[in-house]
Design a protein around this ligand. Sequence first.
Ligand SMILES: [Mg+2]
Length: 232
Amino acid sequence: MTRPTLIGLDADDTLWHNETLFRLTHQRFNELLAAYADAPQVEEHLAAVERRNLKVYGYGAKGFTLSMLETAVELSGGNAPAGVLGEILAAGRELMTHPIDPLPGVRDALEQLAQRAPLLLITKGDLFHQESKLAASGLGDLFAGVEIVSEKTADTYRRAFRRHGTPPEEALMAGNSVRSDILPALEAGAHAALIPYPLVWAHEAAEAPHAHPRFRQFDTLAQLVPWLDSLV
Ligand SMILES: [Mg+2]
């Protein structure tokens, strides 16, 4: 295998915490709806509403907030007081404005990776929120490009890599999601490196393709550096 000439990187749960914040918001949401349903019922209903709404709102905290509101209205039979809906809005707003700190070692690893190949941030979600998070993380200057996409498919990766002058076969995609970062990047013909995050969003769960020749798994982003250096 030759050394990649472009490194694609996922953002949420690869560069900074995301799912942990969502889990805390879920807990708060469950408490707010405790008068109407128990936590497993709330979770089940919210998951169904989210699935339904992904096609309408796409990924991200704003769509999630609308799904929480819709769940509250439905589970309360239309009787949830405005005070509860206001608390849900506040929880969603907190998700949008939470400080963004890079995961341990990420800045250092990105600096080293950027010396080896240009870095391209490829993330799905809300354009405004993802751009705000990148700015808040202080990591923006390390990236040669940013692609905020509505869905990560093989075609998304092919187009993103080509737009940055690289055939997919010469690119590497690194991220925490098997379903979004690994499988479609491999399908596009790129190399893919999984760096798992302890929590996985239910909609993202998938089996890692351990036997695939272009797949690697690492514990940290920093481990990509010696691996890249071992390639000619
Ligand atoms: Mg991610």
